[in-house]
Design a protein around this ligand. Structure first.
Ligand code: C5P
Length: 277
């Protein structure tokens, strides 16, 4: 079985207080976009085997797809033959640790795909998959839902919205490493209030250390984007384009300086089944 696992952007991200469980309550409009990994699932006799075309991706238990497969196998559904093993292959296109939920998208696709591989009577379906997803990572419930969603709680409350009008974005992924945990810890430590026009509360905190993110935003606006923002905990920045033709020109210019730049657009789902074999 082959599935596309789409990346997400945070069109907005408001962060509130830290909760007793260590996570922050948040309110975010998340949007699936046309950049995707391809996940292939193949039944095997036993165990979980993970492989990826990118040697930088870990293939052990630390990979979220491994966690997803393990949790799925442990979930108890009456009459299900859950002992089936699975080989998971990841064709990686979504930059890692970039604020694009690449790992979460892959995990969501594995949960969805494994459920589809069960007999119809033994599937967990939506609610069950969402609660398994929330145990893997805060962005997984969104990735299972996809499209345009208002996301709350620590990420587990996902309300699908009317689809966002078709929009083209230029996505720039600079070579900066930002840990999500670090960004949230800094948010608590620095207490920087996002100025007017900044829709992501983590942005001022991350820019404080990595000024380059502000430079990229400025560059995108100078090149013709209507606005530019950081996604999630960064370091990815996306610029909103009025027309696809503008976007093509901006991409050519920005790629010369930032090779990991992409022209992407809104999509209305988080996962797409592209083949059953
Ligand atoms: O859930 P996930 O593994 O993606 O979260 C990574 C880290 O980001 C958490 O350990 C936590 O420090 C921070 N986080 C948070 N509040 C959220 C989501 C993530 O504090 N709502």
């Amino acid at each position: 079985m082959k599935l596309k696992a789409f990346a997400k952007l945070n069109l907005s991200l408001r962060v509130f207080a830290r909760r007793p469980d260590g996570y922050h309550d948040l309110e975010s409009v998340m949007q699936s976009v046309s950049l995707y990994d391809v996940i292939t699932l193949e039944p095997i006799d036993s165990g979980i085997a993970v492989a990826c075309d990118d040697p930088n991706v870990p293939t052990g238990k630390e990979n979220l797809v491994y966690k997803a497969a393990e949790l799925f196998r442990k979930s108890k559904i009456e009459n299900r033959e859950s002992k089936m093993g699975v080989r998971i292959h990841i064709e990686k296109h979504i930059p890692m640790a970039a604020g694009l939920a690449g790992g979460s998208a892959d995990a969501a696709a594995v949960l969805y795909g494994l459920d589809q591989m069960q007999n119809a009577a033994c599937r967990i379906r939506n609610e069950g998959l969402l609660s398994l997803g929330a145990q893997i990572g805060s962005d997984v419930p969104f990735c299972l839902t996809g499209g345009t969603c208002l996301v709350q709680g620590r990420g587990e409350i996902v309300d699908k919205q009317e689809p966002w009008p078709r929009t083209y974005f230029i996505l720039v992924c600079p070579d900066i490493h930002v840990s999500t945990k670090w960004a949230y810890d800094e948010f608590d430590r620095l207490h920087i209030e996002a100025p007017d026009g900044i829709k992501n509360d983590l942005e001022p905190v991350v820019v404080e250390k990595h000024e380059e993110i502000a430079d990229i935003k400025e560059k995108l606006v100078k090149l013709g984007c209507v606005e530019a923002q950081m996604s999630g905990s960064g370091p990815s920045v996306f610029g909103v384009c009025r027309h696809q033709s503008d976007a093509r020109k901006i991409l050519l210019e920005i790629k010369a300086r930032y090779p990991r730049s992409f022209l992407i657009e809104t999509v209305d789902k988080g996962i797409e089944l592209v083949g059953i074999s």
